[in-house]
Design a binder for this molecule. Structure first.
Ligand code: UN1
Length: 510
């Protein structure tokens, strides 16, 4: 039903090409041109992109710092209304954004629909949250005293976003930073900058003052080093690898100027624990969805399935059947379940891991790869891993590792999961409430999912984010997210002072 009205508009958009460039102050800046290729059709050009240069960063930081006081003084309700207008515009441009998700980032049409909806949700949710939480708060105190808490922007914020949610996370970060009163330098992922450019154009159309946001597509290492060591930077909101988060943290620690905050959402080594009371059909449905949706390219994706040995034969039989049914193919077809990986490098890295495990004779199941595909496709695959131990590296793609455990080894399983150091999502399938409560007590993760899939956290419903190597918090799409984007000021006033402020004002008026 959602498709009918979209179909035609989408077809037209899928034939287009786009142009993007660095953008600031309502103007396109000069850049060096790059061709943008489609990850699932290597002959196809999606557009051209101008990369910004690190030499442009100081002037951009000057401009953003200069625009900060005025933006920070803009009433919260006005900043929130801007996000609400953006949400409406995103919905109105759904076909184009969907086409860009598909052509530039290789997302299936269903993933693209979910992505646009999530972007809209982030805008509306942070707008509502800002109206509710970022207003002046009056605190209790003795009579004769007034104590107030004010929330203000911190200054210039850098938002660094990943290619796997090129619209939702890109805009989620920016929406939070802006509504909290910061000016923003947005650095989109190299692989997904065309859609970022369109999102910024829609923000301007919604009424964002052009001096408040800069878009700098380009090389993350050189641009990032330039702005993360800039004295005017007040904070970074980053989603990406744990390694890059550490690098950013080191640069922020050494930079002159204010102590900058880092809000980081990073990797995961996510597990699912299945005990002998679980329903095998439900387990397999949720495991397949969690491991292979978006070709496994989500930080929330399931990587290691721990299954109790009594139930393992049935689960593995159903798993092989379900994986045989998955359809790998071009993501612009509605029948496709699994699209391509983002680029050739991601594919080569993952294939090295897959080939090694195949060489060790660990293959359990593999989805057939149709012939004639010309892109960065990798077929979903499942491997058996011997022994309960921490699998430390995150493999970003459609690879599932399966470990059997015996009754009585549950605590050992949770210990192995904790020992990875990551703590993002964990799935539990059990109809034994004691087991679920025990895992809940022992597991160090940010998002625990019980008897369901473990991806697709809904904004405002399942606040999302991990601990340890998986991120700093606070949770995106949750009630506390905006608080790290603001600085707090407390004003304490002696209202009982001789004559009070009102009397002084009256004197001044004489
Ligand atoms: C990511 O993959 O970078 O719950 C994080 C989910 C998404 C994950 C986003 N919110 O599947």
């Amino acid at each position: 039903s959602e498709w009918q009205p979209l179909q035609q508009a989408l077809q037209a958009q899928l034939g287009r090409q786009w142009q993007a460039a660095p953008l600031f102050g309502g103007q396109r800046l000069a850049g060096s041109g790059q061709a943008v290729h489609c990850p699932w059709d290597r002959q196809r050009l999606v557009g051209t992109l101008q990369w910004a240069d690190a030499a442009q960063v100081p002037a951009v930081m000057d401009g953003l710092a200069a625009a900060f006081p005025r933006w920070s003084a803009t009433p919260v309700a006005e900043r929130a209304a801007l996000l609400e207008r953006l949400a409406d515009l995103l919905e109105a441009h759904r076909a184009e954004l969907l086409a860009l998700c598909c052509l530039e980032a290789g997302k299936t049409l269903q993933d693209g629909l979910d992505e646009v909806r999530e972007a809209v949700d982030f805008c509306r949710y942070y707008a509502a949250l800002a109206r509710e939480r970022l207003l002046r708060g009056e605190l209790p105190g003795p009579t004769g005293e007034r104590n107030e808490l004010f929330y203000e922007g911190r200054g210039v914020f850098a938002c660094i976003s990943p290619w796997n949610f090129p619209l939702a996370i890109f805009l989620g970060q920016i929406a939070a930073a802006l509504v909290a009163g910061n000016t923003v330098l947005a650095k989109p992922a190299e692989q997904a900058s065309l859609i970022a450019m369109r999102a910024v154009e829609l923000l301007l159309e919604a009424g964002l003052p052009p001096a408040v946001l800069a878009l700098l597509p380009g090389d993350g290492a050189t641009l990032g080093t330039a702005f993360c060591s800039d004295a005017r930077l007040a904070g970074v909101c980053f989603t990406g690898s744990t390694e890059t988060a550490r690098l950013i943290n080191r640069q922020l620690a050494d930079k002159p100027g204010p102590l900058a905050v880092l809000i980081a959402e990073t990797g995961g080594q996510n597990a699912m624990i299945v005990d002998s009371t679980a329903l095998p059909e439900q387990v397999v449905k949720d495991a397949v969805q969690s491991a292979f949706t978006s070709a496994g390219q989500r930080c929330s994706a399931l990587r290691v399935l721990y299954v109790q040995e009594d139930i393992a034969p049935r689960v593995l039989e159903l798993l092989a059947g379900a994986m045989a049914e998955l359809r790998v193919g071009p993501p612009d077809r509605r029948a496709t379940d699994v699209g391509p990986l983002i680029d050739g490098e991601a594919r080569a890295t993952l294939l090295a891991h897959i080939d090694r495990l195949k060489g060790e004779g660990r293959l359990i199941a593999e989805t057939p790869l149709p012939s004639g595909l010309d892109g960065h496709f990798v077929a979903p695959v499942a491997f058996a891993i011997e022994g309960i131990h921490a699998l430390e590296r995150e493999h970003f793609g459609p690879v599932l590792h399966v470990v059997r455990y015996a009754a009585g080894e549950l605590e050992q399983v949770v210990a192995a999961i904790n020992a990875t150091g990551y703590g993002l999502t964990l799935g539990v399938h059990s109809r034994n409430d004691d087991t679920v409560r025990r895992i809940e007590r022992l597991a160090r993760v940010g998002n625990l999912y019980v008897n369901r899939n473990q991806i697709g956290a809904v904004v405002g419903v399942q606040p999302f984010g991990g601990l340890g190597l998986s991120g700093t918090g606070p949770k995106a799409g949750g009630p506390n997210y905006l608080l790290r984007f603001v600085s707090e000021r407390c004003t304490a006033t002696n209202t009982a002072a001789v004559g009070g402020n009102a009397a002084l004002l009256a004197l001044g008026n004489d």
